[in-house]
Design a binder for this molecule. Sequence first.
Ligand code: FES
Length: 82
Amino acid sequence: MQLITLYGQASKKKWVIEVNDKASLDLTILEFLRSHNFPIASSCDGEKVCQLCTINEGLLACNVLVKDIITKYNSIITITYL
Ligand code: FES
């Protein structure tokens, strides 16, 4: 099991989310956070157009996989408006 830490800069809150099945590793961050009921901004619904789903100061949540956040970004997600 992997853990992902999510920081909401607006709320100054932190959540630790379990990645408890292999299928979740291939979800986008947009899909993963929505499946955990986090309100991720989007008007294009994951089509990589609106750029509202920005995380980690420039990544698109709909264009980054859970496994990439774990391996390349130290399992940390930061969202400014959350
Ligand atoms: S949801 Fe629109 S760019 Fe990611």
